[in-house]
Design a protein. Sequence first.
Length: 246
Amino acid sequence: MAVIPAAYQAAADLLKGRHLLVTGAGDGLGRAAALALARHGATVILLGRTISKLEAVYDEIGAAGGGAAIYPMNLAGATWADYFELASTIEREFGGLDGILHGAAHFKAFTPLYDLEPKEWVESLQVNLTAPFSLTRHCLPLLIKSPDASVVFVSDRPGREPRPFAGAYGIAKAGIEQMAQMWAAELQSHPQLRINTFHPGPLRSGVRLKGYPGELIEQSPLPETATPALLWLFGPDSRGVSGERF
Ligand SMILES: NC(=O)c1ccc[n+]([C@@H]2O[C@H](COP(=O)([O-])OP(=O)(O)OC[C@H]3O[C@@H](n4cnc5c(N)ncnc54)[C@H](OP(=O)(O)O)[C@@H]3O)[C@@H](O)[C@H]2O)c1
């Protein structure tokens, strides 16, 4: 079992020449990760729903001398054809893809299963499980061509142990854990592509704010605290590590 080095210090040019896709890049962990990945040399494709948030991240990356592109997409309504178009656009515009961070999340509140509205069930599974699957599936031909590719599915505690009231979000995260291991096992003949899950712990961002509205959010670490681990997972130092949970 691999361990992410404590206080991992990423080289300044760790990700130079890589093209990485980040979902949920407008906010929280996705935003922090996009900024960090770009700071370490990657060109980051920022995928999200709210264009103004993506533009702000794009500007911040550009001001720091990094490279980025914006791909607005509502994962709740996305179809198989939309994912095909996304992968085709990435291939046309960038010539390839070296990794995906599945950071987008749909979560409204802790809810008993009995009380889940059908719309909430469908949307949560769509954004938190179907979208990461479909995106990975359509980008796979590009990832397989990369000399060193990494896919990271962002998980959460209910993905690793059943938690009452975690609702469709928790069920989707459990599915993510299974799916990542299945992808990793099925793709063993492509050792240059690694697929792992990452649970960041509580963060001072959207999902925590919605789940624990009475909590002092300052008690949770900033999303930036999770970025050294993500840099390790996307950089060459984690080569050969696949099918693991971090
Ligand atoms: N925060 C925590 O304490 C915590 C703990 C454990 C795991 N996590 C995981 O870490 C990841 C990031 O969490 P976070 O709290 O940082 O999230 P966040 O701040 O709520 O940001 C989530 C992002 O996902 C995007 N998104 C939501 N629905 C979307 C849709 N239909 N289509 C496209 N994009 C959509 C949001 O876009 P908009 O801004 O446009 O809505 C936003 O940019 C998630 O996978 C979450 O499960 C978080």
